[in-house]
Write a protein that binds this ligand. Structure first.
Ligand code: FAD
Length: 286
């Protein structure tokens, strides 16, 4: 099934994200996690891709295909284009199609070490979106940023870039994580005013540890609201309590997003089924 049809049929669309293991020895763990997640009947599951074709990037389409075939759950393969050639992307698209996956999250990606932008044929995600759209065989998702992309300091410019992804052929959008829902509500208003009409799923990632959160905010530039800072302080000597409180905070965020009519919620599960289980129970979907 194509994901754009889900947005036409359901409201809100609830989805999970998983990532492939770094090496094959982690495969059993991801398959065990998917077994538990499948019981929650998410509307779709996305599988990330290492920019520049990192280690085990072939596993993205493998796992996406497994999700569809074993559980009958719609899946989407992420694909990044930075540093890649048209030929390598064409061959990856053929591989994804061969595995029966019909949904792609088309991304630019961030340059991995040792690869120069000039080595590749793509500058922006919209170049990849256009290439996939021309094939006419895939439903295409794209990324968006409630607080603006980390390299872009003008929100109006950010909206214009998003409109270009829509014009290039994207069918729906998934946001970067954010910890304050007001950023999402303001973002939706801003981009709707700017002519973006695509369904937008809100990406939510729970805080599991101080180290994880520090890494994420420097990577994507998300703001930390005082509610999160207080949690980090309250549980600074109690990692297990912080882990539970972080998941609960995310579940509350999701519930509020649903109450405010979000088109969809995309849960960054970090391959931890207990996160998906807690959130789905909290919103009455399990
Ligand atoms: P783009 O849309 O190309 O934007 C990149 C920058 O270029 C932005 O600053 C934008 O403002 C600017 N820009 C865009 N178009 C134009 C234009 N026409 N002219 C001038 N400037 C322009 N990374 C991975 O490596 N693997 C993954 O699996 C992955 N999954 C993700 C899933 C989601 C939901 C999100 C939100 C991000 C994901 N990322 C992933 C991270 C993503 O690759 C990075 O955020 C990357 O820096 C930007 O990707 P993009 O597709 O948004 O790029």
């Amino acid at each position: 099934m194509q994901i754009k049809e889900l947005y036409a049929l359901k409201h809100p669309v609830i989805s999970f994200e998983v990532f492939p293991p770094k090496n094959n020895s982690g495969l059993a763990d991801i398959y065990a996690a998917l077994e538990r997640m499948s019981k929650l009947s998410p509307d779709f599951i996305s599988v990330t891709y290492g920019a520049g074709g990192g280690v085990n990037s072939g596993l993205t389409s493998e796992i996406a295909s497994f999700i569809q075939n074993k559980y009958g759950i719609c899946s989407i393969a992420h694909l990044t284009c930075i540093g890649a050639s048209h030929e390598s992307i064409s061959s990856l698209l053929a591989q994804i199609k061969h595995k029966g996956v019909r949904n792609i999250l088309a991304l630019r990606g961030d340059l991995p070490e040792g690869i120069s932008e000039h080595e590749g044929s793509y500058k922006y995600a919209e170049d990849l979106i256009r290439q996939i759209r021309a094939l006419g065989e895939f439903c295409i998702g794209a990324a968006c940023y409630p607080e603006g992309h980390i390299d872009c300091d003008d929100l109006n410019y950010d909206t214009a870039c998003l409109r270009r992804k829509q014009e290039a052929g994207a069918d729906f959008l998934i946001t970067q994580l954010f910890f304050d829902n007001d950023f999402y509500y303001r973002f939706v208003e801003r981009v709707r005013d700017g002519g973006v009409t695509l369904p937008i799923s809100a990406g939510v990632m729970p805080i599991l540890s101080r180290k994880q959160i520090e890494r994420m905010i420097f990577l994507c530039g998300a703001s930390l609201p005082s509610g999160i800072i207080k949690l980090l302080r309250k549980y600074e000597n109690s990692p297990e309590a912080l882990y539970s409180a972080g998941i609960e905070y995310a579940a509350k965020q999701i519930s509020d997003l649903i109450d405010h009519g979000a088109d969809g919620v995309h849960i960054y599960t970090m391959n931890k089924p207990e996160i998906a289980e807690f959130c789905m129970k909290y919103i009455g979907r399990a």
